[in-house]
Write a protein that binds this ligand. Structure first.
Ligand SMILES: Cc1cc2nc3c(=O)[nH]c(=O)nc-3n(C[C@H](O)[C@H](O)[C@H](O)COP(=O)(O)O)c2cc1C
Length: 334
């Protein structure tokens, strides 16, 4: 399958709104959110989960989307062949990879006829991603919430990546809260905009209600390595008891937490993805060992102070939890 060129992305997927809902892993972006976004005319994305649940969520999301396309997000260190099979069976429109540029997984997904975009933060990564066979790119700006590859604000980073991308489509992620943000990125040359935090704050996202409530009221975010057990990556989060305890001297968190993150990286790759979710119950704000798992609806309320509360800098401009279809409408440029 060939990649849609920059102009063809919206047409090829029949989108009414040039906005992709970010695939938020661990269950936050499940079938309810992805299906509702696609049904409303954006491109909904099911975030990564353990293969069986992921496969079921993709099937249900497609049903909810009523014939419109649905995308899938995969975090490279945790991909298993069963995730690839699930994407093929569900006939997803697009697979977005995050957390590494893996020629092996790009090739395996493309060999099965899937369109693959890789998430990057710099022109160098963009060149590498395309050289490894990716059909397109998601460029993440440093204001983005969650797992962070971005090193510069999106509007500063975009021109350099567009320069090296040639005809390949570039989706722009980070700082997208309303239709003006989307319009600005499109005018700069992005193929579409990607929004995460806006969709975290929807009725359909499976984040814990107290987590959503705190994001709505948050005045600042931090860039930290505190939540790196099993997968040491920078994350943008809002403050919590865990960050108040461990990120006072440095936002990145204490040295012991960073070292344990690095040392535990191989374990993260070997353990099934849902093991991270189960470890959350053992985390304590007083101990600097936190996995990247986030608090989901149905978990005990005290999980919110023990887990990563991912959110981007748009938290300052997002003041409500709304239906996903309304979020798509608010992001649609006129
Ligand atoms: C709660 C949350 C979870 C996220 N999880 C993932 C993920 O699993 N995979 C991924 O590619 N990006 C993930 N991201 C990052 C998004 O893909 C995207 O880059 C980011 O949300 C864009 O910035 P914004 O939050 O300002 O819209 C996550 C973001 C948030 C807020």
């Amino acid at each position: 399958m060939t990649a849609p060129g920059a102009d063809g992305f919206v047409d090829r997927f029949g989108l009414e709104c040039p906005v992709v809902q970010a695939g938020m892993g661990g269950g936050v972006a499940g079938d309810a959110l992805a299906g509702a976004v696609s049904a409303a005319g954006g491109l909904g994305t099911v975030g990564m989960m353990a293969p069986r649940v992921f496969s079921e969520a993709l099937r249900k999301a497609s049903r909810r989307a009523a014939g419109r396309p649905v995308a899938a997000n995969l975090l490279v260190p945790f991909i298993r062949q069963a995730h690839v099979d699930a994407c093929v069976e569900a006939n997803v429109a697009l697979v977005v990879l995050h957390g590494g540029i893996s020629p092996r997984w790009i090739a395996r997904l493309r060999r099965r006829g899937l369109t693959v975009f890789v998430t990057v933060g710099t022109p160098e990564e963009a060149i590498r991603g395309l050289a490894c066979g990716a059909d397109g790119l998601v460029l993440q700006g440093s204001e983005a919430g969650g797992h962070l590859l971005g090193v510069e604000p999106i509007e500063r980073a975009l021109p350099g990546v567009l320069d090296v991308a040639g005809d390949a489509p570039v989706l722009a992620a980070g700082g997208v809260a309303d239709a003006q943000d989307v319009r600005r990125l499109l005018d700069m040359g992005a193929t579409a905009a990607v929004a995460g935090t806006r969709f975290l704050l929807t009725e359909e996202s499976a984040a814990h209600p107290e987590y959503k409530r705190r994001v709505v009221g948050a005045e600042r975010t931090l860039l930290t390595l505190l939540f790196g057990l099993g997968w040491p990556l920078r994350h943008r989060v809002i403050p919590s008891a865990a960050t108040e305890r461990w990120c006072v001297h440095s936002e990145l968190g204490p040295r012991i937490g960073r070292v344990s993150g690095r040392l535990s990286a191989p374990l993260g790759r070997l353990a099934p993805l849902d093991a991270m979710g189960r470890l959350v119950a053992l985390q304590r704000p007083g101990l600097p060992f936190f996995t990247p798992a986030l608090p989901l609806a149905g978990m005990p309320e005290n999980t919110v102070d023990r887990a990563a509360l991912y959110a981007g800098e748009t938290t300052r401009r997002l003041h409500d939890v709304i239906p996903a279809a309304q979020a798509v409408a608010r992001l649609t440029p006129t």
